[in-house]
Design a protein around this ligand. Structure first.
Ligand SMILES: Cc1ncc(COP(=O)(O)O)c(C=O)c1O
Length: 434
């Protein structure tokens, strides 16, 4: 049985028994600003005291309008003239982005385009449309008969590169991008959009692409009239040390999807941020996006999101997450986690900003994974939890089933001392299990 959580403050959570946990997982990479920030609960309470809810078919609200403007600005100049669509979480936002991409193609006279291309070893959510574009084998297998499937192309995962490169995927980014071009060609003019996680989240554990790959993918989409959707549910809102992870490579997707860090978990919230091209196509066409959930732009959720955005700007938390800057939490994570590489079962430490993966192997030189039944990552997660440390264990990095890794994504307010303590505790947990 799971413990009952009762309180949070900064990087810590407490259960009903009074046990304290250091949250090195950010609760599935959700919490970015720290737990228990009073300004956020105050903003939500203030909104609740004024107006709890209106339906988006009858009203907009000042708070949603102001927040949308701020988010567009945060997303950068490529989104000037764009629009934001608020949902209650990541899966709803991904569904929204897929339907928006389809409607865009219809509005611009490309009604034959409906294929939603995506990547193997990816995760975009648990609703059926999001599951269809996800590649995460374990999470989708049972539901496959229910989903409409399109092509999944390969994903650059440098530790186990299928092109067997020896230069950190410096050259093979173009080969992976070439797979996308081929898939578009094979769709015979029916490809509508390509969705990707700029940095892989839970499925591969923070596999970071090369600039060449990201730029080639963006260029291929643009050249072929295919919309590029960046699913930044996990990587957006500062998590990787940039406002959105695509900013690392100067790539401008047509649609950005955000959730998790958007509200840091203070209320259920997701957002689809569309560029002017997409918005204009609908505005100048039928004029209405044919889609909606009852709780679109819920006033309490957008109040939480708006307060979180203000908080992360005021406290310079995107900079804190930047692992390219000396002395930041991001760089301290990188340095501290690299120490784990001396353990015989730690094959790879990868990541960027405050999103890191630690991959376990039974044998280092051959990169042989543990037998899936051993549940190595799950056991490390349990041993860490016993010691008061929370991590996010996953399996399937090698082929969807075997391959064990941890995802680590602490709040950006984590101190150097807390990082060192967490990594020392993680070492003990790994040593206990191996
Ligand atoms: C990249 C990505 N997209 C979409 C989702 C789905 O978001 P939610 O669980 O809020 O529906 C997740 C959740 O982990 C995710 O990591």
């Amino acid at each position: 049985m799971l413990p009952q959580a009762v309180r949070g403050e900064g990087v810590y959570l407490w259960d009903a028994e009074g046990k304290r946990y250091l949250d090195f997982s950010g609760q599935a990479a959700v919490n970015f600003i720290g737990h228990g920030v009073p300004e956020i609960s105050a903003a939500v309470a203030e909104q609740a005291s004024q107006l709890e809810f209106v339906h988006s078919s009858q009203f907009s609200t000042p708070i949603a309008e102001e927040y949308a403007k701020e988010l567009l600005e945060f997303a950068g100049e490529h989104f000037r003239g764009g629009c934001v669509y608020f949902t209650c979480g990541g899966s709803e936002a991904v569904e929204t982005s897929l339907k928006l991409a389809r409607q865009y193609q219809v509005e611009v006279g490309q009604a034959q385009r409906y294929h939603m291309l995506s990547r193997t070893q990816s995760y975009h959510g648990s609703t059926l449309g999001a599951l269809a574009v996800s590649g995460n084998a374990r999470r989708r297998e049972m539901y496959l008969p229910l989903v409409r499937e399109f092509t999944h192309v390969g994903i650059p995962y440098c530790y186990r590169c299928v092109y067997n490169c020896i230069d950190g995927c410096a050259q093979c980014g173009e080969k992976y991008a070439g797979e996308l071009e081929k898939a578009i060609e094979l769709s015979e003019g029916e490809a509508a959009a390509f969705i990707l996680e700029p940095v892989s989240g839970a499925t591969l554990g923070a596999a970071v692409p090369t600039a060449r790959y990201m730029q080639a993918v963006a260029e291929i989409c643009q050249r072929n009239g295919v919309l590029l959707i960046a699913d930044e549910v996990m990587t957006g809102m500062g998590r990787t040390g940039r406002n959105f992870a695509v900013d690392h490579w100067g790539v401008a997707p047509d649609i950005l999807v955000a959730a998790k860090g958007l509200s840091s978990g203070y209320a259920p919230l997701g957002a689809v941020i569309a560029n002017k091209k997409v918005v204009d196509a609908i505005a100048n066409g039928t004029g209405t996006f044919l889609h909606g959930f009852t709780y679109n732009a819920h006033p309490l959720s957008v109040a939480a999101g708006k307060a979180v955005l203000r908080y992360l700007k005021t406290h310079d938390l995107v900079h804190a997450a930047d692992s390219n800057h000396p002395g930041t939490a991001g760089q301290n994570m990188e340095t501290a986690l690299a120490r784990l590489l001396d353990l015989s079962v730690v094959g790879d430490v990868r990541g960027i900003g405050l999103l890191w993966g630690v991959e376990f192997v039974a044998e280092k030189t051959t990169k042989t994974p543990f037998f899936a039944d051993l549940n190595f990552a799950g056991r490390v997660g349990a041993a860490a939890r016993n010691r008061g440390l929370l991590v996010y264990p996953m399996q399937g990095s090698v082929n969807g089933h075997s391959g064990d890794h941890l995802l680590l994504a602490p709040p950006a307010v984590i101190t150097t001392k807390q990082i060192d303590t967490a990594v020392a505790t993680l070492r003990e947990a790994i040593e206990e299990v191996r």
